[in-house]
Design a protein around this ligand. Structure first.
Ligand SMILES: CCCCCCCCCCCCCC(=O)SCCNC(=O)CCNC(=O)[C@H](O)C(C)(C)COP(=O)(O)OP(=O)(O)OC[C@H]1O[C@@H](n2cnc3c(N)ncnc32)[C@H](O)[C@@H]1OP(=O)(O)O
Length: 257
């Protein structure tokens, strides 16, 4: 009886996003911290908290959806084909990888300095917390770990308006932070943005598709320097240029241990 209960409980243990598998394996996580990745989404993409404390279903937000324009789908297909071609040829994961993207990050269920239950249950990753498909940050990131770079295909939706008909500079900065931070995170484990310098060269039309090209510049101890260019999909137009500094940290830094 006890064994059956235990086996049933095991089935509910959540799978962690690949990033956090990487991160957790690289970090010494304090004994007092238990980390659960919990993404409580039903199949229609509506947020729905479960009473069960473990994860039920994780929705990968970087899958194509009905809001994607033909251009978004085309660029996605181009990079996705790189991942698949390499996987097929070598029979193992290639240099290009499509990164999954969930709407929650970490949940500390006990020990250390706990977030309040309300914050724990309601917190969502900024770029993935708008329910309407295509309304805001529609994006997918591809990583080339060998070349230490990644690209992000981004289709900004109507909620991101700044100047009439164009994307808000803060929304562009958010995406640059996300993409450069993701690259730094995959290369170095948990990181915080210490500095972000942005030059806006030409406005990004709402609903268009742009590509963020991010590359590692250098690493100096805990400091990870990354640059980023935002261009049109054919790279003929430069919209934005940025450099970012990330500092690697241990998880305890955020939770007081
Ligand atoms: C984890 C991956 C997440 C992925 C999730 C899914 C995707 C989402 C991705 C989203 C990603 C979004 C991510 C976000 O949004 S992160 C949220 C926004 N960022 C913050 O809130 C960070 C707030 N700041 C801090 O917490 C600290 O200041 C940090 C941790 C950054 C540094 O700590 P600390 O201040 O104690 O530093 P240190 O003493 O260890 O110094 C170390 C070295 O660094 C140099 N230095 C420090 N600051 C600066 C500076 N401003 N310019 C130039 N240099 C600087 C310093 O001189 C020293 O150099 P050296 O003397 O060794 O040469």
């Amino acid at each position: 009886m006890l064994r059956r209960c235990f086996q049933a409980a095991l089935r509910f243990i959540p799978h962690w996003p690949a990033l956090y598998q990487d991160v957790v394996s690289q970090q010494t996580v304090g004994k007092s911290l238990e980390i659960w990745q919990t993404a409580h989404w039903n199949t229609r993409g509506l947020s729905k908290m479960s009473l069960w404390p473990f994860s039920v279903k994780s929705r990968d937000f970087s899958q194509p959806n009905a809001s994607w324009s033909a251009e978004m789908q085309d660029v996605y297909n181009r990079y996705n084909a790189l991942c698949e071609a390499e996987t097929e040829e070598s029979g193992k994961t290639g240099t290009w990888r499509k990164l999954p993207s969930y709407n929650r990050t970490l949940k500390y269920v006990r020990g250390g300095v706990c977030l309040s239950k309300i914050i724990q249950s309601k917190s969502r990753l900024f770029t993935r917390n708008i329910k309407d498909l295509g309304a805001a940050f529609e994006y997918v990131v591809f990583l080339n770990q060998q070349e230490k770079r990644c690209v992000c295909v981004f289709q900004p939706g109507h909620l991101l308006e700044g100047p009439p008909g164009h994307v808000h500079g803060g929304a562009i900065a958010t995406m640059i932070d996300t993409v450069t931070g993701t690259l730094a995170g995959y290369l170095a484990g948990p990181v915080m943005t210490a500095n972000l310098n942005i030059n806006y060269r030409s406005p990004v039309p709402l609903g268009s598709v742009v590509v963020l090209h991010s590359a590692l510049d250098r690493v100096e101890g805990k400091k990870i320097f990354v640059s980023c260019r935002v261009t049109s999909t054919d790279e003929s137009k430069l919209h934005t240029e940025a450099t970012a500094l990330f500092i690697a940290f241990k998880m305890g830094y955020l939770f007081g241990s």
